[in-house]
Design a protein around this ligand. Structure first.
Ligand SMILES: Nc1ncnc2c1ncn2[C@@H]1O[C@H](COP(=O)(O)OP(=O)(O)OP(=O)(O)O)[C@@H](O)[C@H]1O
Length: 292
């Protein structure tokens, strides 16, 4: 790789992390790492009835990486994540998470996972205190520790004043903050985020982006699925583009740019997925709305 500048080795919790860096202007970009594999997927296939949704996905995700998992609607992103989380059965292939085969091993690996689903179901009749205590106890945390941690995280996210209010009274962004807190309460090793910025205001987005960067720097692995391309472009060490159940591209943003010669991730996405008719579709849509 011609732009490779240097290799950096460090130790995190006694695990050797080896990063290969290159530079984009002043910015350092991790392009590969010989660190521990956090998630390994081999020939993953999934069908719903006659519809083949995943057609043989292969993937190694390393500890400390932020992976942006992108793709058009219906590409199979959520299906991949739900299989990894053990929420969908009937798949073919192999998934190893944090060194455990999810089809064979006990469920203890689940306690190391944090998950922010695209559409989270929360018990709206509960208060945040009740909900976070419930979630924390499911993870085996001590009640006082949960309460201390939950109170502080709610305050940092500026929703401390509604800790004892019913979740039903929260705005969309407040609920999203609560879901993010509940996914991190047990300090997971790997985090799956499906559109985590849903409803968050610009300031909160900045805070969350910073948090994700810090967690990754501490060796947490982050699997981030979103359609907001400029955020994926900025936060991801590595971007994986899934199209029609297959990986179409896999690399750092810089690598994708070199291969595809387009400016932004949005443009690369459009080019790779062969989508260039947005103006025609918009015209047709407006014409139908106007009844012409
Ligand atoms: N439980 C299910 N039963 C039948 N079909 C399903 C089921 N879950 C997902 N699918 C289908 O699988 C395909 C992939 O869905 P999936 O939710 O994984 O896509 P996605 O890439 O996450 O899309 P989006 O960006 O819209 O969230 C879609 O065609 C969807 O209709």
């Amino acid at each position: 790789m011609k732009d490779l500048i240097f290799e950096f080795v460090c130790y995190n919790h006694n695990i050797m992390l080896k990063f290969n860096y290159y530079f984009k202007g002043e910015e350092q970009i991790v392009i590969s790492t010989d660190a521990e594999i956090a998630l390994q997927i081999r020939d993953l296939k999934m069908s719903f009835g006659q519809k083949e949704v995943l057609k043989g996905v292969n993937l190694d995700v390393y500890r400390g990486q932020i992976v942006g998992y992108i793709g058009p609607n219906g590409a199979g992103k959520s299906t991949t994540v739900k299989i990894i989380l053990g929420l969908i059965e009937g798949y073919e292939g192999q998934v190893n998470l944090l060194g455990q085969d999810i089809s064979k091993d006990a469920y203890d690996y689940k306690s190391k996972i944090g998950y922010v689903p695209e559409m989270a179901e929360v018990y709206e009749n509960l208060t945040a205190r009740e909900y976070l205590n419930f979630v924390g106890e499911l993870y085996g945390l001590n009640k006082t520790a949960i309460d201390n941690k939950a109170t502080r995280l709610m305050e940092i996210f500026e929703i401390g004043s509604v800790y004892d209010s019913r979740i039903a009274s929260y705005s969309k962004g407040m609920k999203q903050k609560l879901i993010i807190i509940s996914s991190l309460l047990h300090n997971p090793d790997i985090l799956f985020l499906d559109e985590p910025l849903n409803g968050l205001d610009a300031n909160s987005v900045m805070v969350l982006k910073e948090i994700l960067g810090m967690l990754a720097a501490q060796g947490k692995t982050i699997f981030y699925s979103s359609h907001i391309m400029d955020v994926v472009e900025k936060i991801s060490h590595r971007i994986i583009l899934l199209n029609d159940g297959q990986i179409l591209a896999d690399g750092s943003f810089e690598q994708l740019k070199q291969t595809n010669k387009e400016g932004s991730l949005e443009e690369i996405f459009n080019q790779l997925t062969g989508f260039n008719e947005y103006k025609t579709l918009a015209n047709e849509f407006v014409a139908v709305v106007q009844g012409v």
